[in-house]
Ligand binder design. Structure first.
Ligand SMILES: NC(=O)c1ccc[n+]([C@@H]2O[C@H](COP(=O)([O-])OP(=O)(O)OC[C@H]3O[C@@H](n4cnc5c(N)ncnc54)[C@H](OP(=O)(O)O)[C@@H]3O)[C@@H](O)[C@H]2O)c1
Length: 313
């Protein structure tokens, strides 16, 4: 281990660089040391959660089977499902038929709001595992904070931690959590237990306050609906960048999220789109491109279900 005296802003540049952390930098000041350890944890999570995953929201029956099968064929190794999607059985079928070794796969499911009570969460996760035909998922998320806080955050976070300790899930995390909910989740189980906060992020809803809070606490961010459910394809700024780079608007939007360190989980029913989206990882945006896309933020939220969505930051 190295020691050095540096101001906190150096940490930020280390964080966004691609440098290896084989030799963790430890600051002399106690508070800063804590900060550095969080950075290392965040990197570990980025390593664990594949940066490009395959979303399955809305996809049912043969459509989801085909999407997952094609995705696995093309090289996707992270599949994102949820209890409420009603497709865990078909996702499980596609995984089983793919022949991809279990150890190479990363499967995420999410606990629906009806199953958040302390005595319901684990049985519901066992039900998901049976549907998926898996002994363990890699990541289990709380899909939404309990509407109206009917179930306290501490109750379901502790049940989720118990599920992890029982080996039902490799990691646990949260989704659609506001800063207030993240604070409560951290108080309940500790930030180090929370692998990711999966939230809506795309050029038109950049969710900066939530992402910054998560980052400060070493919680990795997963961007869901990273294509704004197709809307990025119609934006002239993104189209211009795509033309210059000989890429597609979808690739530009995904590269924009990836460059900020987020995992992305776009969905597609088309082989050509699945393949192109996977290639977004090699697209290099310039700082000017990043700035032009940053200017598109319009707080335009797509996933905002009445009676379920919390009071957003
Ligand atoms: N945690 C949560 O509460 C939450 C909420 C919403 C979503 N999610 C997750 O996030 C995933 C992604 O979100 P999403 O599926 O709603 O939206 P999305 O990934 O932003 O957009 C999907 C749409 O974009 C199209 N598309 C994909 N790739 C394309 C390409 N290269 N070129 C042109 N069009 C393309 C797809 O059409 P084609 O099929 O024709 O390609 C589809 O209509 C979900 O599937 C789900 O797993 C999580």
């Amino acid at each position: 281990m190295q020691s050095c005296k540096s101001p906190p802003w150096i940490l930020l540049s280390l964080r966004s660089s691609q440098r290896s952390f084989a030799q963790p930098v430890v600051f002399l000041n106690k508070a800063k040391r804590h900060h550095v350890l969080l950075v290392i944890k965040e990197r570990t999570m980025q390593h664990i959660i594949p940066s490009i995953g395959l979303g399955t929201f809305r996809l049912k029956d043969q459509v989801v089977i085909d999407s997952v099968r094609t995705g696995l064929e093309l090289g996707y190794r992270h599949i994102d499902t949820a209890q409420i999607y009603g497709n865990e059985v078909e996702v499980g079928e596609a995984i089983a038929a793919s022949g991809v070794p279990r150890g190479e796969l990363f499967v995420t499911t999410k606990i629906w709001t009806d199953n958040l009570a302390g005595d319901k969460l684990i049985p519901s996760l066992k039900d998901s595992l049976a549907k998926l035909k898996l002994e363990q998922v890699d990541l289990t998320l709380i899909h939404w904070p309990s509407p109206g806080d009917a179930v306290p955050v501490a109750e379901y976070m502790q049940a989720l931690l118990e599920a992890r300790n029982a080996g039902l899930t490799g990691a646990i995390g949260i989704s659609n959590f506001t800063i207030r909910h993240m604070r409560e989740a951290i108080a309940a189980v500790g930030a180090e237990a929370i692998a990711t906060n999966q939230v809506e992020i795309h050029p038109f809803l950049q969710n900066r306050a939530v992402a910054a809070f998560a980052r400060e606490h070493g919680i990795h961010v997963t961007a869901y609906m990273p294509l704004a459910y197709g809307k990025v394809m119609q934006d002239p700024v993104i189209a211009r960048i795509a033309d210059r780079l000989r890429a597609t608007p979808a690739q530009v939007a995904l590269a924009w999220s990836l460059r900020q360190g987020y995992a992305v989980i776009p969905s597609s029913t088309r082989r050509a789109n699945l393949e192109a989206n996977l290639r977004a990882a090699s697209l290099a945006l310039t700082d000017d491109d990043m700035a032009a896309i940053a200017a598109l933020d319009a707080n335009e939220r797509i996933a905002n279900p009445e009676g379920i969505a919390p009071a957003w930051d």
